[in-house]
Design a protein around this ligand. Structure first.
Ligand code: URA
Length: 425
C-alpha cells in the first residue's frame, strides 16, 4: 500500500465524480480505522460517495478493506456453513426459528447478530428475554460442532472500520446509500466466515428500502460483493409493509418463535422461514432435505432447546410477563386494510422494547401483540391488539403511534402484497 495518499485528494476525486483506485481505498479505510484520517474527512468522503456512488469494483474493494480492518473467522466445522441476514423489519423473529431448523437439516448456522436500534428489533434483545441466555459465546466453532447453530453477539474485532464508519454515517445523513449499506452488511457477514449466505432484503414501510426497485438494487449490489469474495449468496426480497406474524417486541416474539418450532404459529412466519430455509439448504448442497418435514418432526425444536441451553438459558423457563397490558379496540366495523409495520414497530419501541441510543436498556416484556392482522374482519369495539409494558406512562405515545398505522375499510379496498416478492441468485 502506498504511504503517500492524502485524504483531501481522495475526497476531491470522489466529489468530482471520479473513481477511487484500489490503493486509495485501502489507504483511506486503514488510516481512518487507525485515527489518521479525521472524522470530518471521512464524513466528507461518505457524503461524496452518497452523492456520486461507487462502481462494482470500488464497492468490492471497499468491502475488502473493511474486512481487512479486523479479524476474519475461520469456522472449523465438519458440515457446510450457511448464514442468513435480514436487512431489518418489524416482528422479524425468523432467525430464532431458522437457525435451529437449518441446523436440524444438517448444515451449521453461525448467526452473528446485533441489538435493535430505533423501531426494528434486535435478535440479541429478543433472546435475552430467556432467563440465563447470553450472546457471548467464547468458541463459536465448538458450539457449531456440538449443536449446529449459534446466535451470538458479533465481536468488536470483526470489521471495526464498519463499526466506526456506521456511527459516523448515522449522524451525517449518509446511511441511505446503497454502496455504503451493501459494503457495511457484507463486510461483517464475510468476516464472520460462512461459506454461503442468504439475504432477506425487506421492502416496505417497516424497512430501510421503501420500494421494490431500491431493494432489488441493494440485493444485486450485495450479491456481486458475495460473488467477488467467494461466498455463494442468494437474496430474497420480502414484504415489510405489515409486521411478520402477530407479535413485535422481545419476549412476545420468542414465544411466537417457539410456537412455530412446536408446529404451530402464524402462517406467514412459517412460510418465510421455509422459503429462506430452502435457499440456505440449496446453497449448502442439502437440497434433498425437506425443511417442512424437519419442522413438523420436532427436531428443530430439539436443536433450539440445545442451542439455548448451550448459551446458559433455560428453554422451559417462563418468559417475563409485562406489569401492564393495555387493550386497543377497533373503532369501526370492516376489514383491517392496513396494520402498518412502521407504526407497530414505533409502538413497540415506545413501550420499551427498543432503544433510542446504543447502550440503553430494553424491557424484555415490552411489545405489541396483534389480536387481528391485515385482511381480517373486525367489528367496532373488538380487541385488535395488546400493548405490553412495565411502564404504563409509556402507553399513550405508543397507542397513538399504533393507531396511526391502523386503517379499517370495506373488503374491496384491501390490498395484500405477496410475502415473497422476488428471489435473486
Ligand atoms: N445495516 C448495516 O449493518 N449497515 C448499514 O449500512 C445499514 C444497515
Amino acid at each position: 500500500m502506498s504511504r503517500f495518499h492524502s485524504a483531501v485528494d481522495i475526497i476531491r476525486t470522489k466529489r468530482d465524480g471520479g473513481r477511487l483506485s484500489d490503493d486509495q481505498i485501502d489507504w483511506v479505510i486503514d488510516a481512518y480505522t487507525r485515527g489518521e484520517v479525521a472524522p470530518e474527512q471521512m464524513s466528507a468522503l461518505a457524503m461524496a460517495i452518497f452523492l456520486r456512488g461507487m462502481d462494482a469494483g470500488e464497492i468490492s474493494r471497499w468491502t475488502a478493506a473493511m474486512i481487512a480492518s479486523g479479524e476474519k473467522l475461520t469456522l472449523d466445522v465438519d458440515r457446510p456453513t450457511v448464514d442468513k441476514h435480514s436487512t431489518g423489519g418489524v416482528g422479524d423473529k425468523i432467525t430464532l426459528i431458522l437457525a435451529p431448523l437449518v441446523a436440524a437439516c444438517g448444515a451449521a448456522v453461525p448467526q452473528l447478530s446485533g441489538r435493535g436500534l430505533g423501531h426494528t428489533g434486535g435478535t440479541l434483545d429478543k433472546l435475552e428475554a430467556i432467563p440465563g441466555w447470553s450472546g457471548d459465546v467464547p468458541d463459536l466453532a465448538a458450539q457449531l460442532r456440538e449443536v449446529g447453530a449459534v446466535v451470538a453477539a458479533a465481536s468488536d474485532r470483526l470489521a471495526p472500520a464498519d463499526r466506526k464508519l456506521y456511527a459516523l454515517r448515522d449522524v451525517t445523513a449518509t446511511v441511505e446509500s446503497i454502496p455504503l449499506i451493501a459494503s457495511s452488511i457484507m463486510s461483517k457477514k464475510i468476516a464472520s466466515g460462512p461459506e454461503s449466505l442468504v439475504l432477506d432484503v425487506k421492502v416496505g414501510s417497516g424497512a430501510f428500502m421503501k420500494t421494490t426497485e431500491q431493494a432489488r438494487e441493494l440485493a444485486r449490489t450485495m450479491l456481486a460483493i458475495g460473488q467477488a469474495h467467494g461466498v455463494a449468496t442468494t437474496a430474497v426480497l420480502t414484504d415489510m409493509s405489515t409486521p411478520l406474524g402477530r407479535t413485535a417486541g422481545n419476549a412476545v416474539e420468542v414465544a411466537e418463535a417457539v410456537e412455530v418450532l412446536q408446529g404451530g404459529g402464524p402462517q406467514d412466519v412459517v412460510e418465510l422461514t421455509l422459503v429462506l430455509a430452502r435457499e440456505m439448504l440449496r446453497l449448502a448442497g442439502l437440497d434433498d432435505v425437506d425443511p417442512a418435514a424437519v419442522l413438523a418432526s420436532g427436531q428443530a425444536y430439539e436443536v433450539w432447546a440445545r442451542m439455548i441451553r448451550a448459551q446458559g438459558g433455560d428453554p422451559e423457563a417462563p418468559l417475563p410477563r409485562p406489569k401492564h397490558v393495555e387493550v386497543v379496540t377497533a373503532e369501526a366495523d370492516g376489514v383491517l386494510a392496513e396494520v402498518d409495520a412502521l407504526a407497530v414497530g414505533v409502538a413497540a419501541w415506545r413501550l420499551g422494547a427498543g432503544r433510542a441510543a446504543p447502550g440503553d436498556a430494553v424491557q424484555s416484556a415490552a411489545g405489541v401483540k396483534l389480536l387481528a392482522v391485515r385482511g381480517e374482519t373486525v367489528s367496532a369495539g373488538q380487541p385488535i391488539a395488546e400493548l405490553h409494558t412495565d411502564t404504563p406512562e409509556l402507553v399513550p405515545a405508543a397507542r397513538e403511534a399504533f393507531l396511526d398505522g391502523i386503517r379499517i375499510a370495506a373488503e374491496a379496498d384491501v390490498e395484500r402484497p405477496p410475502l415473497v416478492l422476488d428471489v435473486l441468485r
